[in-house]
Ligand binder design. Sequence first.
Ligand code: T46
Length: 133
Amino acid sequence: MNIKLFPLQKHGDDRGSLIALEEGINVPFTVRRVYYMYETQKGVRRGFHAHKDLKQLVIAVRGSCRFLLDDGQEQIELLLDNPAQGLLVEAMIWREMYDFSEDCVLMVLADALYDESDYIRDKQAFLELTKKP
Ligand code: T46
């Protein structure tokens, strides 16, 4: 599956921790947009879409949540619970996010501006598009 979960270098000292996100170094694309979700309510499931082209790096900067990722052939579930871990999600991956902790802040770096026409929100259409001949 076209995703990657990788460690982010932590600069820690007795004052605390710091992580730098740098284009071309640990962010493998040009960052055109950053957004974050927080105060996600208990029991909420978000996402339910894939992107035609968008590439994103997702980091749980605080708290935790689970991801269901599906490329049309296989599904995997991941727990994001570490601000020193990045989840790179390429295009054409169906995603759902759930089990948000109360304090979860999920930050996302994206390689394009917001564009509703890049979303595939119909699971059946997504499965058709990703079906192997
Ligand atoms: C994704 C997952 C991980 C904007 O106006 N600008 C933005 O940049 C974004 C991301 C959203 N919005 C608006 C569109 C909706 O009215 O904010 C509202 C909530 O967005 P959405 O329902 O798409 O949120 P999620 O959590 O289902 O999905 C988001 C991203 O949209 C998506 O690209 O991969 O987080």
